[in-house]
Ligand binder design. Structure first.
Ligand code: ADP
Ligand code: MG
Length: 585
């Protein structure tokens, strides 16, 4: 086939593929246009998950009648004049591509009116071809874009769309995030089945959070607000006890633009380091603001990717800001995850009403009377209040259960402590304290073991020799991929040096490329895990006492460095509830 220039319709359909991937991308572009137009109120109506119709109406500045045809042409924009402007973009749009792209794969109707005109103007486009002349119509000031029969002329695209429910969810997720990012704008989203989102536009982000995640979650979300030089971070992150099994609820906006950026998400996760259980992810919605020239938004047509001029500084700013917010609240898990309240014994009289700790996942049963509910809430409040203390109170050892758990009494209740997890936490904090002060105590080994490593691991060791030294190791190369361990941190003297060393070089989990300063903490956490007392090890009363005392001295005694709980706490109030001593008077 000879080389030939593609006809414009095909060229724009190809280009449209990059911008319009699914109905949610149409919604995104239209909503961004409305925001750029200064809208205070945006209404989105969706039919058949956006495949039949997406309609976005705004009360923004509108489009002058003589610019209507330009608006739907490719590379026509009112937001950019020169190439330099590209590096100080302050609007969400700038490529002049969205309307043209959407119009080329749908039947689009554009209706708009500016304040200076008494009537509006309407223009129809079908498959990228303008249909007739713009006509005068009655319309409020603002713009309404109606996109019907998306991909009607690109059947292959249609086939790639997911089930309606999935596409709807994508639209829901998109709009709720924009609603949070622009709390001063009223958003209204409606599917056939009814209104799905409605915000007040009064600037109250917490109220929008509540609409999104429910009142309880919204109440728990921690506020982040930090500033450093020309960087600003605002928004919400979940406390460590509130997690999801995936990272879908991690959202970043940069200068009002929703971006998908893996390193930013990683910086966030690092802020939670040692506070989250393995495989759990926080919820967050964070808004970064920086001078427009600090970020390149022209990376991809969908504008969801950006490039930062100083990524390292930015990531560490995000990490520190979030970490501060987490520590200011409490890094302590609240109720143990599977400890649920439920009415267990069906009661004829109020006297019999009892509470039990259930280990199943039965939902919380509504209490049968107001006073019972109040008592229940009080008890839970007490537990929450107690657990929000960072440090532990003085504990009195009671004994050991199953050679794995310590039982201890505090001034306010009973503590069940996982000896392995607790010891991990203790070792970790001791090592990190020594490390921070630059004086890790070393223990030379009388018979230095030699360890042979696979080549990939050997590379890590070579790269990290300095770090390992700072952590108290003395390691020398003894042959190809073979090392001799001459000293280990004194904290671990008596442990199996070979095992410790091997723990060091286990691969980091995929996609967790840590920030530089985090590597040491991760190494330390891993080593401490390897060396902590195991379950199954019987501890003498002295050893139990020493472990508890060490744990009391920890900064974050309630989780191990990997984020699992070290203890279950049963308050006196809780016990009284359990035994029917409270709430029955
Ligand atoms: P971009 O947003 O990148 O400029 P678009 O194709 O999305 O490109 O829009 C083209 C132009 O149409 C915009 O620059 C703007 O002038 C105008 N426009 C689009 N939507 C609206 C709207 N809702 N209100 C006012 N003007 C709009
Ligand atoms: Mg646009």
């Amino acid at each position: 086939m000879p080389i030939h220039v593609l006809p414009p319709e095909i060229a724009s359909q190809i280009a449209a593929g990059e911008v319009v991937e699914r109905p949610a991308s149409v919604v995104k572009e239209l909503v961004e246009n409305a925001l750029d137009a200064g809208a205070r109120s945006i209404t989105v109506r969706v039919r058949a998950a956006g495949k039949k119709q997406v309609q976005v109406a705004d009360d923004g500045c509108g489009i002058p009648p003589d610019e209507m045809a330009l608006a739907v042409s490719r590379h026509a924009t009112s937001k950019l004049f020169s190439a330099e402007d590209l590096f100080r973009v302050t609007t969400l749009g700038f490529r002049g591509e969205a309307l043209a792209s959407i119009a080329s794969v749908s039947r689009l109707t554009l209706t708009s009116r500016i304040a200076q005109e008494a009537t509006g103007v309407r223009l129809r486009v079908e498959g990228g071809v303008i249909q007739g002349k713009p006509e005068r119509v009655g319309a409020p000031v603002g713009t309404m874009v109606e996109v019907a029969d998306l991909f009607y002329n690109v059947p292959a695209r249609l086939k790639f769309l997911k089930q309606d429910l999935t596409e709807q969810r994508a639209i829901d997720a998109l709009l709720s995030r924009y609603a949070l990012a622009y709390p001063q704008v009223r958003f209204h989203l409606e599917f056939e089945r009814g209104v799905s989102l409605q915000t007040a536009g009064d600037g109250d982000r917490r109220a929008i959070l509540a609409a999104l995640y429910g009142v309880e979650v919204a109440r728990q979300m921690l506020e982040v607000s930090a500033e450093e030089d020309n960087l600003r971070l605002d928004g919400f992150v979940s406390p460590p006890a509130l997690t999801r099994s995936n990272r879908r609820e991690i959202t970043f906006f940069v200068n009002g633009r929703w971006v998908q950026d893996v390193p930013l998400a990683t910086a966030l996760l690092q802020a939670y380091h040692t506070l989250l259980m393995v495989g759990r992810y926080p919820l967050s919605i964070l808004f970064l603001a920086m001078p427009p020239e600090a970020v390149d938004v022209n990376v991809h047509p969908a504008k969801a990717e950006v490039r930062f001029r100083e990524p390292e500084r930015l990531f560490s700013f995000v990490q520190r800001a979030v970490r501060r917010a987490l520590l200011a609240s409490s890094p302590v898990p609240t109720l143990p995850p599977r400890l649920l309240w439920k009415d267990s014994i069906p009661s004829s009289s109020k006297q019999d009403e009892a509470w039990q700790l259930g280990h199943d996942s039965a939902p919380v049963v509504a209490p049968s009377s107001d006073s019972a509910r109040q008592d229940r809430e009080e008890a839970i409040e007490t537990v929450l209040a107690q657990s929000s203390m960072e440090r532990l109170p003085l504990l009195r050892p009671v004994g050991q259960v199953g050679a794995a758990y310590l039982v201890a009494e505090g001034p306010d209740g009973l503590y069940l402590i996982d000896q392995h997890a607790a010891h991990e936490r203790i070792l970790f904090e001791k090592l990190m304290k020594q490390y921070a002060s630059g004086q890790v105590v070393r223990q030379p080994l009388l018979q230095p073991p030699t360890v042979h490593l696979p080549p990939a691991s050997a590379r890590i060791v070579d790269e990290w020799l300095d770090r390992l030294h700072a952590l108290g190791f003395e390691i020398e190369l003894f042959g190809p991929a073979t090392y001799r361990v001459r000293a280990v941190p004194a904290l671990f003297a008596g442990g199996d040096a070979t095992a410790v060393f091997r723990a060091v070089v286990e691969d980091f989990e995929e996609d967790e490329t840590p920030l530089q300063q985090e590597i040491e903490a991760r190494l330390a956490a891993r080593i401490c895990k390897r060396l902590a007392v195991r379950a199954g090890q019987v501890l003498s009363p002295e050893e139990q006492r020493a472990l508890l005392a060490d744990l009391e001295a920890c900064d974050s005694p309630r989780t191990c460095p990997h984020g699992r709980p070290t203890m279950i706490y049963l308050s006196v109030a809780l016990l009284e509830q359990q035994f029917g001593r409270r709430g029955t008077r």
